[in-house]
Design a protein around this ligand. Structure first.
Ligand code: GLN
Length: 495
């Protein structure tokens, strides 16, 4: 858990499309006895340890002894005929999700020495499926950020160009998948944190419908927006993971009680698809991203899809609305780090000074900025003017999206207005950083699912991501559509 910086600036580690093993491939290999679960996991572990100095994808890599223990369980499941597609597969988990007996730092100094006393529900489910959890991935402190530069343990690096950010806040998870030091990963998405890093690192990321995946054991940032989801190399792998982690959980009061579906992938007939797109989103959009978006829309049209021109007039408010709501909820959620109940404690003469010192030293700048902003927005006299107004616009955004889904099956837009930017480029200008989230935050405000997929590379060789957004619980459709269009993606090396 030390600060790690890359020594290999500007070097490229990964080429497009992202290679390596998938859950699907490993399932076949393990089932036929053509690969050893132990060997595969020890290889991944070795590679993770070797590359972490350069990539800083992991905050904690689990010791070999722990991996061997989990491998044994997986082997027994195969022996007893109880194996699932995830059995024996090396998976990484974002370090804001509790894995019992190991640190959950949230990339914060305030939780540096905190050891998880229990497994998050998603981790419990991964274990039941026989997955091997190999470590905890780097993130922006408490998942607040878009570049992973807000980590107290140093930024993660983009494997396509080590001088660039991997996106955030689940940057470590996306890097671990893109650089093939884990087969797949779990991230969390409050305003784009699964999709943005997936786009910047050329992999697939899914933010599920709010309530579909239990948040129990996920450290809360903004509870009405947070959602755990998978990052993987193929849509099929996303669906295999979603299958395992989704479902009702009595430990999460916002968990969806509906009937559990299998997120099975069926070939989508593009000819019967109505795909909404936004015409007026040119502002601040990179030329290469715009080209990729347009050429992808033309491809869909050629394949027979009906393109539906749409507009979200409230989109321009989504950044201030998101940051007001997210910061307000964060200011309340993070009140629990008082030096008494969790993690770090700075000793002082009295209670107040102890709390002030602990929080002052334990939190980084971005976290402090958000706590202050949120506390201000919730305070008497300002509540109606800011928080309440933001909630009203949130409803408006939901309504506008509903209208789109009346006339279209899905909405297709870029995941981010740019490709991966340089480390340090936006870190001192929070507003510039927040604008990276222009196409992602409204999705969380509406609670709908969205899937980011890679479409090619820009002129600098950096991945471009687009995202499919659908109505609540349309994950099956998004996954099937993403699978259908991978043929286009697979044949394309640039824009
Ligand atoms: N980038 C957004 C933020 O900083 C989203 C973060 C997230 O989804 N966890 O809040």
């Amino acid at each position: 858990m030390s600060q790690r910086h890359s020594k290999v600036e500007g070097k490229k580690l990964t080429s497009f499309p992202v290679g390596g093993l998938t859950i699907e491939k490993l399932w076949k290999l393990f089932s036929k006895g053509e690969a050893s679960i132990l060997e595969v996991n020890l290889n991944y572990l070795e590679k993770a340890n070797q590359l972490n100095d350069t990539l800083n994808a992991f905050i904690t890599i689990f010791p070999e002894e722990e991996i061997r223990k989990q491998v044994k369980t997986a082997e027994e499941m195969y022996r007893r005929g109880e194996a699932t597609p995830l059995t024996g597969v090396p998976i990484s988990v974002k370090d804001n999700i509790n894995v019992k007996g190991f640190p959950t730092t949230c990339a914060s100094k305030i939780l540096e020495n905190y050891i998880s006393p229990y497994d998050a529900t998603v981790v419990k489910k991964l274990r039941e499926a026989g997955a091997v959890i190999i470590g905890k991935t780097n993130l922006d402190e408490f998942a607040m950020g878009s570049s992973t530069e807000n980590s107290a343990f140093g930024p993660a690096k983009n494997p396509f160009d080590l001088s660039r950010v991997p996106g955030g806040s689940s940057g470590g998870s996306a890097v671990s998948v893109a650089a093939d030091i884990s087969v797949a990963s779990l991230g969390s998405d409050t305003g784009g944190s699964i999709r943005l890093p997936a786009a910047f690192c050329g992999v697939y990321g899914l933010k599920p419908t709010y309530g579909l995946v239990s948040r129990y054991g996920l450290v809360a940032f903004a509870s009405s927006l947070d959602q755990i989801g998978p990052i993987a190399k193929t849509p099929r792998d996303l669906s295999l993971l979603l299958d395992v982690i989704s479902g009702f959980d009595p430990m999460d009061s916002t968990s969806w009680k509906g009937e559990l579906k299998t997120w099975e992938i069926k070939p989508s007939d593009l000819g019967s698809m109505r795909i909404a797109f936004l015409r007026d989103i040119d502002d601040g959009l990179d030329e290469d991203v715009k080209k990729a978006y347009q050429s992808f829309l033309s491809y869909l049209e050629r394949e027979g899809a009906e393109l539906v021109e749409s507009e979200i007039s409230s989109l321009k408010y989504s950044i201030p609305v998101y940051y007001l709501i997210a910061c307000s909820e964060a200011s309340s959620n993070l009140a629990r780090y008082d030096g008494v109940r969790y993690g770090r404690r700075e000793m002082a003469e009295d209670y107040r000074s102890m709390v002030a010192l602990t929080r002052g030293r334990g939190f980084g700048n971005e976290v402090k900025r958000r706590i202050m902003l949120g506390t201000f927005a919730l305070s008497a006299g300002y509540f109606e003017e800011y928080y309440l107004k933001a909630q009203k616009i949130r409803t408006l955004i939901k309504e506008e999206l509903k209208l789109i889904f009346k006339v279209a099956d899905v909405l297709l837009i870029p995941t981010s207005p740019t490709t991966a930017f340089k480390l340090g480029e936006k870190i001192n200008d929070p507003l510039k950083m927040y604008l990276s989230d222009i196409f992602t935050t409204f999705v969380n405000l509406a609670g709908v699912p969205a899937l980011s997929f890679p479409v090619g590379l820009d002129s600098n060789g950096l991945p471009i991501g687009l995202q499919l957004i659908g109505p609540h619980f349309s994950e099956g459709k998004l996954l099937s559509l993403a699978q259908t269009i991978t043929s286009f993606v697979g044949n394309k090396k640039g824009v």
